[in-house]
Design a binder for this molecule. Structure first.
Ligand code: SER
Length: 316
């Protein structure tokens, strides 16, 4: 068994996944990689390398030099920002995936984690209890890249036996790093605004409900699916993953229980149209049945974690 490489280690998921893997397997078993020239994580005990995922040669060199057997490919351009960088988003999200899939096909890597998203769904996918298998008609660059990526993951598994595992993450709530340009970022911004200004102007309309998960649950889902017995996995593309769902008005009302003076207004922009094309509540029964997925953080618990986390140490 070789080391684990986290690509995109400075991002919202990358920072906390790297920490967790270092705890679980030992810091000397993990290599963190990101396009940034320095790691923006204080006191990291993990070795860091600079890597552009589109640089296949350097990627190969890192994998050989560090004896990597498992790759977590988190580098991607998220939904809102990808709409403004169509070609780059496609290249990063899809060519980056191909670079890793090909290295696994050539037996240089044994196992891959690659995240998909609720963005694979579109306006005609069912909004409530969105099934694992249903019509996918994403309307965003990000969603199109994730949907295609899922197809390629399954193709590489069926055709070449590549062990690639994937989750369709909902919006992820966390406070240690700024969110990376997604549509669900409003649900993080609202906490910073409540704590620092007592006021938030939401770019998502008040009634638009989206599926969300707390970072600790998202990280645990990731490590659990990677540890699961492959024979138990009936989905070879990407698993629906759910925890809770809420809309801006609902989360604002919960925040008001802690900060009674908090005020919210609504100025929906293009991100609201993206949100409207996504599901409200996801059916993740395959994940629950196949590998025992169970979320732990409900809305009240998330709110306490976020508020305390931002007050004590969150980015400003
Ligand atoms: N959180 C992501 C986004 O909003 C969805 O996967 O882009």
């Amino acid at each position: 068994m070789g080391k684990k490489l986290v690509i995109g280690s400075s991002g919202q998921i990358g920072v906390e996944l790297t920490e967790q893997l270092a705890k679980d397997f030992g810091a000397n078993q993990i290599i963190a990689a990101d396009i940034k020239s320095v790691l923006n994580v204080k006191n990291s005990v993990v070795e860091y390398v600079t890597l552009d995922i589109l640089d296949k040669e350097k990627l190969f060199k890192i994998i050989k030099e560090h004896n990597i057997s498992e790759v977590y490919l988190l580098a991607a351009m998220l939904s809102a920002i990808a709409e403004k960088n169509i070609q780059l988003a496609w290249d990063l999200n899809i060519k980056g995936l191909f670079n890793i899939l090909d290295l696994a096909k050539e037996k240089h890597i044994e196992k891959i984690f690659w995240p998909s998203s609720i963005a694979v769904f579109g306006p005609t996918s069912p909004k409530l209890n969105t099934p694992q298998s249903t019509l996918l008609d994403p309307t965003t660059v990000y969603g199109i890249s994730k949907m295609s990526g899922e197809r390629w993951c399954e193709y590489y598994f069926l055709k070449f036996g590549v062990d690639v595992r994937s989750l369709r993450y909902p919006g992820i709530l966390s406070y240690k790093t700024p969110p990376g340009g997604g549509t669900t970022d409003y649900a993080i911004e609202i906490f910073h605004a409540a704590i620092n200004h007592g006021f938030y102007d939401s770019f998502i309309a008040k009634e638009v409900k989206l599926p969300m998960v707390y970072i600790e649950d998202a990280i645990r889902a990731t490590t659990e699916i990677m540890q699961a017995d492959r024979n138990n996995l009936s989905i070879n593309s990407s698993y629906n993953l759910a925890a809770i769902s809420f809309n801006p008005e609902e989360i604002a009302n919960e925040i008001k229980l802690i900060f009674p003076e908090f005020k919210i207004s609504y100025s929906p922009d293009f991100r609201n149209n993206i949100a409207l094309s996504w599901p409200s509540i996801i059916d993740d029964s395959f994940a629950r049945k196949d590998w025992g997925w169970k979320h732990d953080f409900d809305l009240k618990k998330i709110i306490l974690e976020m508020v305390n986390g931002i007050k004590n140490s969150g980015f400003n």
